[in-house]
Design a protein around this ligand. Structure first.
Ligand SMILES: Cc1cc2nc3c(=O)[nH]c(=O)nc-3n(C[C@H](O)[C@H](O)[C@H](O)COP(=O)(O)OP(=O)(O)OC[C@H]3O[C@@H](n4cnc5c(N)ncnc54)[C@H](O)[C@@H]3O)c2cc1C
Length: 378
């Protein structure tokens, strides 16, 4: 039986980033049920890095990740991981006061964020109809497109170069704690042993937690749909920001010569291989055609993925209070890629008993805000 210090369940962004940060100091195996890594949510995102999106902790961890993505270690990738995009959150006239307040709040962490008056908003995003930006817009000039495949691939390659093993087609079926280590029975009949089990299983995190006898953290996977469509002929997409409405009821962004769009749906779902529903695509088309001058004639590609949240929409990172040697790295919601680098690094530090890294504490993140213990109290 092979022995490891850390067995990581899941080879999505969470699992491979944790492996990358753990492997230089420990024996690591990543166990992935599918025949390829990044098959589930990690392979299905909209690939935006926004430092104004999510709770205060999510935004702080996104800022810390951005430092890594903007300047990755030599050899991590052969081209930039982030490219400028800009994000413009537009609102109706009656939303102006709320948008101004949100812009001021975001600017405390990201000083380049500002509120734009309606004319400026339409100049930057001329596809919007005037009424859709009558309350102006919040503009985040430093929001970037992420190369998710390069980010995920860089972590996986780096982890393997440092000695981590990746096992595909390796579903974790049962977990038994014996003599200070987990005996991990896999779907192919083999068993591996590890002192610590890192639960980075995405939408399945509560299912894997149950295998270890941990109390549920109340994770709710929520389906989100995305699709692509052609841009109008002759439109210059290079400098067009992503457009989001202030209610977050749709978004669209240029994506290599076409548009990627979503109704920003959040339909609760059991953990599964999520598939897009026609009704959600039709809803997005209707909302986008109402708010913009775009006409969506043909859907080119469509997909759906599960964004998994706990009640406070923060990450869940830390040792389970009841199941010895069981470490949570869950609740990535709609932010798993943009938080990935720093989440993996802070998870590796906590899992090794080293506490939160100083730079992440300096951004206002506490262990308590991320700890699974918050779900076992009260
Ligand atoms: C439409 C859409 C748009 C999004 N846009 C963005 C965005 O712009 N920016 C952003 O940062 N995030 C975005 N996200 C969210 C982001 O994609 C997720 O937060 C992130 O991918 C979650 O990564 P993960 O590693 O936790 O989960 P996953 O990628 O789902 O990985 C979990 C893995 O665990 C494996 N697993 C589960 N159970 C077992 C088991 N028993 N044994 C072995 N393996 C197991 C699964 O097979 C899976 O591969 C978006 C998501 C969607 C769906």
């Amino acid at each position: 039986m092979q022995e490891f210090d850390f067995a990581i369940v899941g080879a999505g962004i969470a699992g491979v980033s944790a492996a990358y940060h753990l492997a230089p100091q420990a024996r690591v195996v990543v166990l992935e049920r599918e025949h390829v890594a990044a098959y589930h949510t990690t392979g299905r995102s909209a690939a935006l890095h926004s430092e104004t999106y999510g709770s205060a902790e999510i935004r702080a961890i996104t800022v810390a990740s951005g430092r890594f993505y903007r300047q990755p270690p030599p050899g991590f990738a052969d081209h930039p991981l982030l490219t400028p995009r800009g994000a413009l959150i537009a609102g109706r006239a009656e939303q102006e006061a709320d948008m101004k307040k949100a812009a001021a709040d975001f600017a405390r962490l990201v000083p380049s964020v500002r509120w734009l008056d309606p004319a400026e908003a339409l100049r930057l995003q001329p596809l919007l109809k005037p009424e859709a930006a009558a309350g102006g817009a919040i503009f985040e000039p430093e929001a970037d497109d992420m190369d998710v495949a390069a980010i995920h691939g860089g972590f996986l390659r780096g982890a393997r170069a440092a000695g981590a093993a990746l096992r595909l087609n390796a579903e974790v079926m049962s977990l038994t704690r014996k003599d200070g280590r987990w005996l991990i029975a896999l779907g192919d009949g083999e068993t591996v042993a590890a002192t610590t089990l890192v639960n980075a299983s995405g939408a399945w995190a509560d299912v894997v937690g149950e295998l270890a006898g941990a109390r549920k953290v109340g994770l709710v996977p929520k389906r989100r749909t995305a699709f692509t469509f052609d841009s109008p002929a002759g439109l210059d997409l290079a400098h067009l920001p992503m457009a989001i409405d202030f209610d977050e009821s749709f978004y669209f962004k240029p994506e290599v010569g076409q548009f990627l769009a979503s109704p920003a749906d959040e339909t609760p779902s059991p953990p599964c291989d999520a598939q897009p529903e026609e009704i959600d695509i039709a809803t997005a088309v209707e909302r986008i055609e109402t708010a913009t001058t775009l006409q969506i004639r043909r859907i080119k590609n469509k997909w759906a993925g599960l964004r998994s949240f706990v009640a406070d929409k923060n990450l869940v990172v830390g040792y389970d209070p009841a199941a010895e040697g069981f470490f949570w790295l869950a609740g990535q919601g709609g932010y798993g890629i943009q938080t990935g680098a720093a989440a993996g690094r802070l998870a590796a530090s906590l899992a090794r008993g080293k506490g939160l890294p100083d730079d992440i504490v300096a951004l206002g993140v506490t262990e308590a805000a991320l700890s699974p213990v918050r779900f076992t109290q009260g």
